[in-house]
Design a protein around this ligand. Structure first.
Ligand SMILES: *Cc1c(COP(=O)(O)O)cnc(C)c1O
Length: 402
């Protein structure tokens, strides 16, 4: 067992490990949150009361500040529900009913966005790159040139199903060169990776409380250009998911339109303060990158191989191929890792077997070393001699290099 419940001695930013022998969640959210974040939920707030309105205002201001210079042109609109509610709210609010979206998919979340377009009954073109190949700027340019009806492009920042970091800057450049507008699902990246307005142009992006800001689940938020928010009036198919209406109401009254997740907001505000204390986006991103580097290096030493080459690996979550050794059974690996205090995540590839290990949440490189040690012990318990993947997995990976 790793020393759960004991404070971690770190040189870098302090992390606050789970207490009461809870396992670490090596998952892309919900994730391991700090004790202070959980503790912030230990009181009740009136949704109409000035104290809670001040909390909402502070939260919106802090989120906008994460954009850095240029954030004055944007505003932040929180939306109740999980991240998918926010994606749906963004698509339904910023894409006019007669608009058309180029959906760039290379995994489950891109495909979910396409499905959302189906539900919305709005036109879209799906570029499906399969399990993990990145959509490139040149492809976007070619599709936009061939189809003048397309008004918007939807890109996934980090596609959490493989962990790939998609080339959003290149996609943005291609989109605006063709005179179209970009919407970004930055759910699993925002807070650890920048979306700085002076580096990348976009109309709106979404993220949620339970990813890189390290809050608990319950709401998400849209950060959009004020000018795009104004233009969005009347577009939405949905009362509760109308981003412009939520924005207008919040601007006027300081309140959410419908019951806000008060405790979740209180926890999130605490998480935002910790994010700032850690050095903001740069500090958070650096800790996650270090988590990834230490974990990937250790897993490779055990013989595991990553799906993605270095260039595409995000500091959010990493996909590993399951070992070829027939003694390796994922469910058993999962249970034995859990017994050692680590909850990992199954893979989502369609062609070969895989699993994922998240790098986000209240964890640092010391925890990641314990994860690798636990994986080593688990392989020994299972009698797996080598963690090397099957040849088919490596052939699959070679496609990425091609
Ligand atoms: C987490 C996530 C979502 C939202 O998923 P929910 O289960 O609705 O919270 C959307 N897109 C990406 C890329 C994500 O990682």
């Amino acid at each position: 067992m790793p020393p759960l419940g004991e404070p971690q001695m770190t040189q870098g930013p302090r992390i606050d490990p789970p207490r009461l022998n809870e396992p670490y969640l090596l998952t892309p959210g919900p994730l391991t949150t700090s004790y202070a974040t959980k503790e912030a939920m230990m009181r009740d707030w009136g949704s109409w009361d000035g104290d809670f309105r001040a909390m909402t205002a502070e939260m919106r201001k802090r989120l906008l500040a994460l954009l850095g210079p240029g954030s004055e042109a944007f505003d932040c609109v929180p939306i109740q529900g999980s991240g998918s509610y926010c994606v749906e709210a963004m698509l339904g609010s910023f894409v006019p009913r007669d608009g058309k979206v180029l959906v760039l998919a290379n995994g489950a979340y891109g495909l979910r966005a396409a499905k959302t377009m189906e539900y919305l009954g709005r036109d879209f073109h799906l570029l499906d790159k399969g399990d993990y190949l990145p959509p490139r700027g040149a492809e976007v340019s070619a599709i936009l040139e061939a189809d003048p009806a397309i008004t918007h492009v939807l890109a996934i920042h980090c596609e959490t199903s493989s962990g790939i970091l998609n080339p959003v800057e290149e996609i943005s450049a291609a989109t605006y060169a063709a005179g179209r507008e970009l919407l970004i699902d930055s759910m699993s990246a925002f807070g650890a990776l920048g979306l700085r307005p002076w580096e990348i142009r976009y109309e709106a992006m979404v993220s949620s409380a339970n990813k890189c800001i390290e809050g608990v689940p319950g709401f998400g938020f849209v950060i959009a250009r004020k000018e795009a928010l104004q233009r969005a009036a009347g577009n939405s198919h949905s009362l509760s998911l109308d981003v412009e209406a939520q924005w207008a109401h919040m601007e006027k009254t300081g309140q959410w339109r419908f019951t806000p997740p008060t405790h979740v907001v209180a926890a999130f505000l605490e998480a935002l303060r910790q994010h700032e204390a850690e050095g903001g986006v740069a500090g958070r991103g650096a800790r996650y990158a270090r988590n990834r580097d230490v974990m990937v290096e250790g897993m490779r030493e055990l013989g595991f191989e990553t799906l993605l080459a270095e260039r595409w690996l995000s500091p959010i979550i990493v996909t590993f191929f399951c070992p070829a050794d027939e003694k390796f059974v994922f469910d058993r690996f999962y249970e034995l890792m859990k017994a050692k205090g680590f909850i990992i995540y199954p893979g989502k590839l369609t062609v070969v077997e895989s699993f994922r290990i998240g790098c986000i949440g209240q964890m640092d490189e010391h925890v990641m070393r314990q994860v690798v040690r636990a994986a080593k012990e688990t392989l020994a318990e299972m009698g797996v001699a080598s963690a090397a993947p099957p040849a088919a997995a490596l052939e699959e990976r070679a496609k990425l290099a091609a």
